[in-house]
Design a protein around this ligand. Structure first.
Ligand SMILES: [Zn+2]
Length: 258
């Protein structure tokens, strides 16, 4: 169980997760949690794992060490560990990318007791960035609109997704992304749930969207193919535990139950 309340100031010993540019050091026992030790000064406390303080340390593999990609860890983890590792990855990438002030360029210092980097020259504070994205399953009756990104493994189709622009609300982002990527206009939109996605710092807001038109026109940039699928004949889907898979499976179960 991961608890997000930060350890009291002065606590400088506990479990450690080592992260280097999105890669995670395997522990000698198993998994990614390293036995309790005195934390180095650049450790960032994250909270508690089963009542033991836990921190992330930005580090580098020594030669010969194999640190697997964060994505590979998350796809194999029990759901209970997902939140801890997602937090460690996001905080590590923020800590690594904000060593200097974005306003005046002076080296920043970590503020004890919170996720903040402080510039003593100009007073600017930097906090971990979270980028909201929409992810949406477009439906038409029972059918699902699924699409392929050029980055996907062969045969895989998924829901549509995109970043929310400055000043835009989530529902408008759903309508804009769906129109840009597949040329479909939407009727009713319904919120589903959200999922933190630490590559590098997204918060996926899941929606169902009812299509008001059926003719697909793909943009050929973010999407290389898109089609309507029957719940009985689905293509290769995104991995389990992803919100895209959950959107699809929840719709398919709903159709089966009607
Ligand atoms: Zn500054």
């Amino acid at each position: 169980m991961f608890r997000r309340d930060l350890p009291p100031q002065g606590v400088s010993k506990g479990l450690v997760i080592y992260v280097a540019a999105g890669r995670i050091k395997p522990s000698s026992r198993e998994g990614f949690l390293h036995a309790a030790c005195d934390w180095p000064s650049h450790a960032v406390p994250l909270g508690f794992w089963h009542d033991e303080p836990v921190a992330v340390v930005v580090d580098e593999p020594v030669s010969g060490e194999e640190w697997p990609e964060g994505r590979d860890w998350l796809s194999d983890l029990p759901a209970s560990q997902f939140a801890l590792l997602a937090t460690a990855l996001q905080v590590a990438s923020w800590r690594r990318n904000h060593r200097f002030c974005g306003r005046c360029g002076v080296e920043t210092a970590q503020v004890p007791g919170e996720f903040a980097m402080h510039c003593s020259a100009c007073g600017h504070r930097n906090y971990p960035r979270i980028s909201p994205c929409i992810i949406t399953l477009v439906t038409h009756g029972d059918e699902l609109l699924l699409a392929r990104s050029p980055r996907f493994p062969a045969g895989r189709y998924s829901t549509l997704a995109g970043f929310i622009e400055p000043g835009e609300d989530a529902e408008d982002a759903v309508r804009r992304e769906v129109h840009e990527e597949v040329g479909i206009s939407l009727g009713r939109i319904r919120y589903f749930r959200s999922q933190a996605w630490p590559f590098p710092h997204s918060l996926m807001l899941g929606f169902y969207a009812e299509a008001a038109s059926r003719r697909i026109m793909i943009d050929h940039k973010e999407i290389v193919d898109a089609a309507w699928f029957s719940p009985r004949h689905l293509p290769r889907l995104p991995p389990p535990h992803s919100i895209s898979r959950d959107l699809i499976e929840t719709h398919v179960k709903g159709v089966a139950g009607r």
